[in-house]
Design a protein around this ligand. Sequence first.
Ligand code: FEO
Ligand code: CA
Ligand code: CA
Ligand code: CA
Length: 659
Amino acid sequence: MNTANDLPGAVTSGRLLDDLVAARLSRRAVLQGSLGLAAVSLFGTPALLKAAAAAGSRPLLGFTSIGISLADTVEVPPEYTWQVVNAWGDPIMPGAADFAHDASQSAAMQAMQSGMFHDGMHYFPMPRGSDSSTHGLIAINYEYTDDNLLSPDGMETWTAEKVQKSKNAHGLGVFEVRFDGERWHTVKDSQYGRRITADTPFVIAGPAAGHPWMQTAADPAGRTALGTFQNCANGYTPWGTYLSCEENFTPYFVNDSGSISRLQDRYGVPPTDKSWGFRWHEFDERFDAVKHPNEPNRFGWVVEFDPYDPASVPVKHTAMGRMAHEGAMLSEAPDGRVVYYMGDDDFRSRFEHIYKFVSARPYVKDGGYEANKHILDEGTLYAARFHEDGSGEWIELTHGKNGLSAENGFSSQAEVVIDARTAADVAGATYMDRPEWIAVHPTTREVYVTLTNNTSRGAGKPLHRDEPLGADAANPRAPNLMGHIVRWREAGADPTATRFEWDVFLLGGDPEHADPVKRSNSALAFAQPDGLYCDPRGVLWIQTDSSAANMRDTDLVVKADWKNIGNNQMLAADPATGEIRRFLTGPVGCEVTAVQFTPDMRTLFVNIQHPGEAPLAHPGRNDPHKPKAISTWPDGEAGGRPRSATIAIRRKDGGVVGT
Ligand code: FEO
Ligand code: CA
Ligand code: CA
Ligand code: CA
């Protein structure tokens, strides 16, 4: 098809038509099964950009787009600077010591320092209620650990102390930050500094609280769980609290009995402790899913806590469903109910669903946490079905509706939310290619989701299904190595609607790739999109998480598919004009994650996660005596090992980031 003839007319007719035509084009390409999508160049089309300029609109993106990188450092446009604000092991509360570069510090010290692998985060201005852009609290997820880097001899010996240190390097944190006019600093001995680890007590709230499936020997009431881990992306509430999402929690459990329940199986509790590397169960019996079959049910939730109150007890919100939650993106309904969009990105089962939660009641504006602490306890959970014709529907996951009955194994709403995946299967939700972060455009209310990749699509049976799943309209590539972004528009732009229109927004890959299944329709090369955020100006920020195993051979040589893509990166797109620019590239073996602005938009916080990740079979991968084999970021040769870190990025002239 000749898109060059189609698009300009649409653009000059205005924004809405532009979008509709773009949607039609991308949908038509999908429906035709035509994967020669390089022809559908929505981005960087000169005619589009010229039309935007002619319309007199000031371009959203003003920075110098940078090239790809294989360097072991962060690169940003020349008119910007970056600095590390807080890295793994940095002290964040009174009594904490500086990081020891040989990783020799105790488990107890780790519980007072930043955790190991920075992921989702949110900036909360200080004091509460202000809009300060120079003083704040950052609430953050420490997703997981590399236990071979966490102590001087890694996993060569395995002890209770090492399990404790691993648990204490997981979880959540709060650290206080201040800007002195030139640089950001972490307040080392802050009274607000906090760590929540894999052992911190949580209250269980919502329909599953107290249900027999939530009861354990240590908690016969089923109302108090210990800890959180694998906290990936995040969310926030309009009443000023932080949400954190428990993702790939099952590999921490083992059921080697040879007999596994439907529930454990659907969530992927592994039958052997050899496959995934976490060895907590050897020193903490609650991770033995044979002896404690309900313990896994107490994970896979969205959790909430008040970052301004270090004594606040964190809560697990079961009404929002149990899954390998990526994040929880807020969209407020006109009547004040809160709506959260959530992806289920299980890195092993791969084919999971997209969910939406709509609170039963509007929140109390200006009421703070006290007035709103039960808003997320009650509401309606939905799963998305993407029809081939570009329409879509939200299917209600409520007991008694859509097949969620006793005959299908659900005797209450508690069972629906604990086994939300099976509920979505039964209700007919679409199996997506690993849905990651979700973004909501501030004015159009369009919703964007990254589908990071799924090399199992079309290639054999998914873990929990009897037949293979091939390409469909919303997941058009099989196998899907490079990932894509889908967007939808709710009926009436109302986030509580149960109908929507959708299209494939962007395909990852190399625009020059000879193989159409790996070719991007973007003007810039990128692969395996993950982090996603639409800022208040309407810029869509896209971050990538290509695994080291996908990107490099065992000998670290970059694979041919990644030759023009390079290290993980961060792009900025203007959905209105189709312009796209590359803003940041990360160090070797890292993932780029989280997009957080100060209220004045003059500082952008980003996380660099797991620099130095090695391809799976690389001989240095599990060698604790060669911690710097892949990367020395951010400390360089002076440091002992690579460290995940929060960085702050600013324009050198102090201007708005992105311009
Ligand atoms: Fe933790 Fe789906 O990335
Ligand atoms: Ca992610
Ligand atoms: Ca990812
Ligand atoms: Ca990663």
